[in-house]
Structure formats: C-alpha cells, structure tokens
Design a protein around this ligand. Structure first.
Ligand SMILES: Nc1ncnc2c1ncn2[C@@H]1O[C@H](COP(=O)(O)OP(=O)(O)OP(=O)(O)O)[C@@H](O)[C@H]1O
Length: 466
C-alpha cells in the first residue's frame, strides 16, 4: 500500500514537472538520472526515455555534456549555479542537493534557457548604440547646419588658446583639453578639427561617460562577424575607425575603463586596432583630442588612470579657465546667443543694460552652457522685447541675488530701484529722447534730470544719445 502511494506520488510529481516551463533534471546520489521533464527535453534536445537511467559521469565522458552541475553538487554537497552551452543554446543550470538523515540522496537541477534573455540584452544594447549613433549623426548635421566653426573669444586667455589651436591644428599631436564642465572643451576640439587638414574627414565625438561599459569596447573598436552571441552577421565598424583621416574627440576620458585604456594606447602608439573578437591589425590614421573635467594627474596617482596613456594624451595640454575668470567673454557670448535665437524664432529681443550688468556680475558655475541656457530662457519667456532686470531676477540668478523688491529697504528706496528699471526699459524701446518723452509723458529736460538722479546714462538702441 505504501509502495502504491509512493508510485502514485512519483507519477504525480512527473506530471507536475512536465507542466513546468523550467527544465528539471533529477539525479540520484550516484549521478544517475531518475527524472527529466519535457521542458528539459526541449531546451537540451535530449529525450527523457534515452537519458533516464544513464550515469552523468558517462554522459560527460561521451561528450553529451561538457560539464555537469549535478556531479559538482554531489562532490561539494552544496548549491551550484552555472552558465553553460547545450544544444547551441545558452543555459543557466542550478543544482540543489536534497538530503535525508544527513545523506545526499538526490540532486535537483533546474535548467533555464537564457538565450532569449541574452538576445534581448543584446538587442537592447544594439538599440542603445543605434540611438547613440543617430544622436551623433544629428549633432554632426546640426553643427553643419549652423556655423561650423564658431568660437567666441574676446578675453586674452581665450584668444591665446584660439591661436594655439590654429597652430596645432596643422599637426597631428594628441591634445588634452581640461576645464570645468561647460567651458567649451567640445567647441575647442571642433575648432581644431575644422581648421586642420583633416577637416574633410569625420569629427567623431565619443562621450566616454555616457556609453555603458558593456558597449564601449565594441562601440569604439567595432567587432568581427560572430564575435559574440547576437553580434551582427557582418560585424561592425567602430568609432575609432570611423574617425580614420579625421579627428576622434574623446570627451570625459577619465571615465574610460582601465582595460580599454591599454587598447587606446596602442591605437595612439602603433596606429593600429583590433576589433572585438578579431586578430587582424587594422591601420587607423586619426587625430585624438581628449577632454576631461577631472584631475587626471591625481587619477594617475590613485591608480585609476594609466600613466603611460596620460603622458601620451597630454602632448599638448590646454586648460580652459571658467567663465567667471574671463568676464570679458560674457557680453560677446550673450550677443552671439541672442542673435542666434532671434534669428531662429524671428524675434527682436534685446537686453537692457542693467540686466546685462546682472548677467556680467553673476558667477556662472555651469559656465557657457549655463549662460546659453539662461539666454534661451530669457528670450522665450520675456513678455517684452527688452529683457529686463526683472526677467533675470525671476530665474536662478534671482534666487541667488537680492530681489528687486528688497524688504529690508524703505518703500522710497524700492520705488527708486523700480524707477531705474522702468526708465531703462522705456529707454531701450524708444529710438531717441523725443520718442521717450512721448512714451513717458515727461518733458525731455525732466527725463534728463531723472536719469541723472537715478545714475542712468541716456543711451538709445538706435545709437542716438540724448
Ligand atoms: N567659445 C564659445 N563660443 C560659443 N559657444 C560656446 C563657446 N564655448 C562653449 N560654447 C557653448 O557652450 C556649450 C558648452 O560647450 P561644450 O560642450 O564645448 O563644453 P564642455 O567643456 O565640453 O562641457 P562638458 O565638460 O560638460 O562636456 C555648448 O552649447 C557650446 O556651443
């Protein structure tokens, strides 16, 4: 009776196992298969009738399995998990020992086909890389559509950098550009490319911090046919090769993983690369410009960046100072961004002199990128054509600076300040003193006195002064 019950239970267990999508392979303490479900048959391509009763050791020696999770569990007496290849599929097997009175009696191995997960992972990576490439193409097209070669420079320090850039544009030396985020490292590298003999070649920008580590090697170096599961049949050309005869701009170089730093070094030194999974040396002729806002020297000391690569990169080091240390560049940059936006939106926005003063005195921790964004905010949000102090104070700068309405000041003092702002705005709208007089309803002489009292220089956008 007991045996019949056991038998029934075993059949029930078989039914349950066969209904699972997960492969289940049970062996006894000697490694002989006692149960092998349908999902396992499908995953491994082996029939249950054939394998039940067979010893795992023989199956391994006959080459049916390359290795056996079950035998490892029997040997170690503990759970073992492994990724294996079987029947051309990627399989993840987990073996769990079953004990009775302290003795191992069975091993239950669950078998999962992870080929589809691997494929999905690969497809996701491929999509990411397509996305990155499309973004890059767009960037290239956008850059071509606008000015190809803009670089506003008024301060001596930036003019000197620009002159140096023109000199080194004619040679192929590696350049390392340092500076805070948003100071214009990317703009400078494009400027070097556009003024070099390589200008007809591609300018390829790679942001080493935005590429996932799993992708960066194949993105940079490309891969050969069949390099890994799911790789494109025809293989892929890497970005370094795309920059052949052109310039490769490696932004945020400090983020490049150490193993790839070695590979990059051989591209610079030997001018050859090997694709992922390949053995052929492919010649590449590309000029490398790297940029970082990190202290690479310190990273070298901390062992996070290879010193040989560091010295290879900094053949020509260029440090771009932050905007707050070269305030002469602020006004020309503002004019440049304003003109570009006015043209784009068909606007005629201008900036009042007091507003300009606020923009000049601000520290711009995000440098030119922050300035560019702020000008865009002002242009698209200001109601009037004349961008005023108030428009500026309504943004981030206002949160940092004293507000126009200063509660610590008297009503009279606040009126005085508002009067200044108002007169400034009217002055920019008026073509000359007569127009201003008409607009404000005040005599020209009164206006002059008022301007003097408020410390305003009566200047008009037409260029006519009072
Ligand atoms: N000299 C310049 N003239 C005109 N625009 C500039 C200049 N320098 C920078 N810009 C503009 O400022 C923004 C930031 O520039 P860029 O991306 O080159 O800075 P970056 O130092 O490379 O920044 P990150 O370190 O964050 O990559 C860009 O939109 C760029 O067009």
């Amino acid at each position: 009776m007991e045996n019949v019950k056991m038998c029934l239970n075993l059949n029930k267990i078989k039914d349950i196992f066969n209904s699972l999508n997960l492969g289940v392979h049970v062996v006894d303490s000697k490694g002989v298969t006692i149960l092998y479900n349908k999902a396992c048959e499908e995953i491994e391509g082996i029939e249950s009738n054939w394998i039940v009763g067979k010893d795992m050791k023989n199956l391994v020696s006959e080459g049916v399995y390359s290795e056996s999770v079950a035998l490892e569990v029997i040997e170690k007496g503990e759970v073992v998990g492994k990724t294996q290849k079987a029947n051309g599929k990627n399989i993840f097997s987990t073996g769990v020992p079953i004990f009775e009175d302290g003795q191992l009696i069975n091993v239950v191995v669950s078998v999962m086909d992870i080929t589809s997960i691997e494929n999905l992972k690969f497809q996701l990576n491929e999509l990411r890389s397509v996305n990155i490439r499309m973004q890059r193409e767009l960037d290239i097209l956008n850059a071509k559509e606008t000015e190809d070669n803009y670089m506003i420079a008024k301060s001596k320090v930036i003019k000197d950098i620009q002159n140096l850039a023109l000199r080194i544009a004619k040679v192929d030396s590696t350049v390392l550009i340092t500076g805070e985020s948003g100071v214009g490292k990317g703009v400078l590298s494009k400027y070097i490319h556009e003024n070099s003999l390589r200008q007809k070649g591609n300018f390829i920008k790679v942001d080493c911090s935005s590429l996932p580590e799993s992708l960066i090697e194949s993105e940079l170096f490309g891969y050969v046919e069949g390099a890994f599961t799911g790789a494109k049949k025809e293989g892929k050309i890497g970005l370094i090769q795309l920059a052949h005869k052109g310039t490769l701009f490696l932004d945020e170089i400090g983020e490049l993983p150490l193993n790839l730093q070695v590979k990059l070094l051989s591209v610079i030194q030997d001018k050859v690369l090997q694709k992922v999974g390949g053995t052929e040396n492919i010649s590449v002729d590309t000029r490398i410009i790297a940029a970082t806002n990190k202290d690479l020297h310190q990273m070298v000391e901390e062992g996070k960046f290879r010193s040989d690569l560091y010295y290879r990169l900094k053949v020509v080091p260029i440090d771009i100072p932050p905007l707050r240390e070269r305030k002469e560049d602020i006004v020309p940059l503002i004019k440049f961004f304003l003109e570009r936006l006015n043209e784009h939106y068909n606007y005629d926005k201008r900036i009042s002199s007091r507003a300009m003063q606020l923009l000049i005195s601000y520290d711009w921790p995000g440098n030119i990128r922050e300035l560019e964004n702020e000008i865009e905010r002002l242009v698209v949000t200001s109601e009037m054509n004349l961008i005023s102090e108030r428009d500026i104070l309504s943004g981030d700068i206002g949160k940092i600076r004293t507000m126009a309405l200063d509660e610590t000041k008297s009503f009279k003092e606040n009126i005085y300040n508002y009067e200044k702002v108002l007169l400034d705005e009217y002055m920019y709208k008026a073509g000359d003193i007569h127009e201003l007089s008409k607009m404000t309803g005040l005599e020209a002489s009164t206006l002059r006195k008022k301007a003097k009292r408020l410390g305003i220089d009566l200047k008009f956008s037409t260029g006519k002064n009072s």
